[in-house]
Structures are given as structure tokens and as C-alpha cells.
Design a protein around this ligand. Structure first.
Ligand code: CAA
Length: 283
């Protein structure tokens, strides 16, 4: 693989684009307009500069990103890519429309990957020409730091596509695992019920968000408490993942608590909207 396309330059897309460019791939990131692109690219360089101050990122790596990363506002810029990774909002219709377009624009052998955290790879593949090239590549936030990539096999995905995606993940410094196309894959199947239980605790007045967080940080050594993690991942993303899991499994542990849904309805999505369980508004 030489040319990588990334669709979406938000939290996840910008991290994926950064890691690809930094590791020598000619990377094109596509967004809906220049304003969104500018914000995403600024986040990449901000992260790299902070990394440099910590002694974790070298000038050569920053130069590699500058050299290898390009931007576009049209999917046609991805026509020569070997692999395209989509990281747009978790919305099945949106993703299907996007992959239908991508499957017409890209070469027939271009691997098409989605960074979905819960939507079925097999379902998205129904709109793709040559569905054997459709695969899941689920990264974790913050992408440049979290090592894991879940490589998810849809019903049609070939061994060659799975192997190529694992190889690519390794080449950008990640640890791939392989799993089948089951809702929420491995991490979120374990993580989402835990996060939902934390919200239920706050909702039922068992403990404050601060104390729920303290409990898991100081009691179990987790780097972040579940409420902080929810704000970090996004309440909207978590609620959507829970809904998909509940729809599929019909188990109460996957049912989104009322408090979570109300907060999503109120636009309190966490860090990305400036307010979740905690406030991130600049004073
Ligand atoms: N550039 C390079 N390296 C950087 C960096 C930067 N700008 N910023 C931080 N780092 C490095 C640090 O040097 C440090 O490395 P070492 O461990 O080698 O020393 C490491 O990253 C951690 O940095 P810090 O110690 O400063 O930061 P922290 O302790 O506050 O940790 C965190 C931050 C990594 C986010 C940590 O809190 C954490 O792991 N939280 C949990 C995150 C998590 O669970 N993510 C998955 C969410 S689920 C998801 O994403 C998927 C989904 O579908 C919902």
C-alpha cells in the first residue's frame, strides 16, 4: 500500500490521517468544506507540537506529516488510493451513501474500511461494488496514543483484505486484533455496558460523577473514570452504540439510561460540544 485516503477529519479521522502520513504513506484527508478541514489539520499539528515538547515527536516526523498529508473537499481526490478509511458520524444511511460513492470513485481493488464502532460491516458492504474489499478498521481515541485497531471481517471480506489491513495497522505502530462482524466488536461489547452502568449510578443518585470516576481511577487503576471517558468518547457516540447493541441483542444491559438520552437530546455530548457531565467551556 502506498496511497491512503481518510474521509472525515474530526477526532478519529485526523488521528488516522496523522499516523498514516507520519509513517510514510501519501495520505489524503477529505472533509465537507475547508473550514472543517482547517480545524482538523490544526488539531494534528497542535498534537504534534505538544508531542515535540514532551520529547515524543521529532522534527523529522513533523516534516513527514507535512510532506505526506494533503487535503481535499471532494471524494474524487481518492480515486488512486489503495486503502480508504472512513471516519464520519455514526449514521448508517450516511455511511452507506458515502461507501456507494466511494465504491464508484475508487479502483475496484481499493480496500474500503470503516472506522465504525458499532454498525455492521456486512450491511455497509451491500452498497459496495466488490463487497469482498469492505472491512472494519476500528481505531481508539486518542488515535495517535491508543495502540489497538480492531480489524473486522464482514461476511464477504477476503483473507487477503484482512491480512493487508493488519499489515497496514502494524506499519503505523498499532496492535491489530481480528474479530467477526458482531455489534460493537470486542472493546465496545465490554466497554459500553460499563459506561451505561456508570450513568445509571449517577442517574439513581448512588454517587456523584466525580466519585464514580474516583472509584475506578483509585480503586482499579484505570487511567480515566467512566464518566470522564464518556465525555471523552462522546455521549452521542456511546448512546448510538448502545442503541445498536440493544436493537441486536435485546438485553437490558445495553439499554441506554434515560439520563444519557436526555443529555444527548440537550446537546451535552461531552468534550466535543463543550459540555457533558463536566464542562469544557473556555472561561
Ligand atoms: N504526542 C505524543 N505522545 C503523547 C502526546 C502527544 N501530543 N500526548 C501524550 N503523549 C504520550 C505521553 O508521552 C504518554 O506516553 P508514555 O506512556 O510513554 O509516557 C502517553 O501518551 C500518555 O500521556 P499522559 O500520561 O500525559 O496522559 P494521561 O496520563 O493523561 O493519559 C490518555 C491520557 C492516554 C487519554 C489516558 O487517560 C487514557 O488512556 N484514557 C483512556 C482512553 C480510552 O479508553 N480510550 C478508548 C475510548 S473507546 C474508543 O475510542 C472507541 C469507541 O468506539 C467509543
Amino acid at each position: 500500500m502506498k496511497r491512503i485516503g481518510v474521509v472525515g477529519c474530526g477526532l478519529m479521522g485526523s488521528g488516522i490521517a496523522q499516523m498514516s502520513a507520519l509513517n510514510g504513506y501519501a495520505t489524503t484527508v477529505v472533509e465537507i468544506n475547508d473550514e472543517v478541514l482547517k480545524k482538523g489539520i490544526a488539531n494534528i499539528y497542535d498534537f504534534l507540537e505538544k508531542g515535540k515538547k514532551r520529547g515524543k515527536v521529532t522534527d523529522e516526523q513533523i516534516e513527514a506529516v507535512k510532506k505526506n498529508l494533503s487535503t481535499a473537499t471532494s471524494l474524487s481526490a481518492l480515486k488512486d488510493c489503495d486503502l480508504v478509511i472512513e471516519a464520519v458520524t455514526e449514521n448508517t444511511d450516511l455511511k452507506k451513501k458515502l461507501f456507494k460513492d466511494l465504491s464508484e470513485i475508487t479502483r475496484p481493488d481499493c480496500i474500503l474500511a470503516t472506522n465504525t464502532s458499532s454498525i455492521s460491516i456486512t450491511e455497509i458492504a451491500t452498497v459496495v461494488k466488490n463487497p469482498e474489499r469492505m472491512v472494519g478498521m476500528h481505531f481508539f481515541n486518542p488515535v495517535p496514543i491508543m495502540k489497538l485497531v480492531e480489524v473486522i471481517r464482514g461476511l464477504a471480506t477476503t483473507d487477503a483484505v484482512m491480512a493487508a489491513c493488519r499489515e497496514y495497522a502494524l506499519s503505523i505502530g498499532k496492535e491489530p486484533i481480528t474479530c467477526s462482524d458482531t455489534p460493537a466488536f470486542v472493546v465496545n461489547k465490554l466497554l459500553i455496558p460499563y459506561l451505561l452502568d456508570a450513568v445509571r449510578m449517577v442517574q439513581d443518585g448512588i454517587a456523584t460523577p466525580e466519585d464514580v470516576d474516583k472509584a475506578m481511577v483509585h480503586g482499579c487503576g484505570y487511567p480515566m473514570g467512566p464518566i470522564t471517558l464518556l465525555d471523552y468518547v462522546g455521549l452521542d457516540t456511546t448512546c448510538h452504540a448502545a442503541d445498536v447493541m440493544y436493537e441486536e441483542f435485546r438485553e437490558p444491559k445495553y439499554a441506554a439510561p434515560v439520563l444519557l438520552r436526555r443529555m444527548v437530546q440537550a446537546g451535552r455530548w461531552g468534550r466535543k460540544s463543550g459540555r457533558g457531565f463536566y464542562s469544557y467551556e473556555k472561561k
